[in-house]
Design a binder for this molecule. Sequence first.
Ligand code: ADP
Length: 299
Amino acid sequence: MPFRSDPNAGEWQLLLVHRAGSLDRAIAVARRRNIAISFGVVLLVAASIGSIVVSTRRAQRLARQQVEFVAGVSHELRTPLSVIRSAGENLSDGVIAEPAQVKRYGALIAEEGRRLSEMVEQVMAFAGFNAGRDLSERAAAEVSVLIANAVADNGALIERNGFTLEQCISPGLPAVVVNAAALTQAIANLISNAVKYSGPSRWVRVTAEAAPASRRHEIRITVEDRGIGIRPDEQDRIFEPFFRSRDVLASTMRGSGLGLSLVRRIVEAHGGTISVKSSPGQGSAFTLHLPCGVAGETV
Ligand code: ADP
């Protein structure tokens, strides 16, 4: 606020100057500031509306998935239950008497019972009840033993469907520190999917190898099939709970859509990841990547 005296007027004159310069400039600066603030507010409102829309969509999708899940689980439970009931009635009524037929009925009841148990296990695991299993309880385990147990869990399924199961386990793999029961279940799930989605092919291969990954080594356990494959646009979604591909939904292949989400949950709880390579009509390869050791250490 400089003061200046005018020698001609001989009186004092007070000049007020805005810091920004002229009045026009001051108004322009204030206007620009107001526009920027308004723009920020509009952006904030747009972002809030966007996030409300996204979360509403997510809630709707979840609600739809839950309805589908209840319908799917009920259907899945109904089929084996009715098979078991009618087989049991036929046996108790004496309709089936031939030893060979009795054996076949026994195998049918056992298989449907296995399906029911698997279903109940999956639903309980999804709901967070892991049959008393705490994923943080871990111990060193041999990869070959985990795979052998997972193959044994599917033994009847593999044999009954006439599958050839190849195993390529690299020699000298280091032990992994894992929850053996959970990891076995994850591998077994991939094997049973490979069998289920093999179409006319009767071949499954399980591979285990150690490979460098960034600064660490990882153990890669891969389950491959030459089955129906998965469309590219569905390959990310198959790990979502309840998701089943369009081709599978249109077929009579049974399932809950929970298996892969549980596999992912198990492998991620071990600090690992799961990946898939698949081509429709050619087959699929699911790989569990489990961290182990630091690159440079002997594996
Ligand atoms: P479910 O087998 O009970 O449907 P999953 O979670 O195990 O549930 O699998 C989800 C979906 O991923 C399956 O419905 C199927 O569409 C697809 N899928 C999984 N494994 C394979 C596979 N080996 N080959 C082709 N599709 C597969």
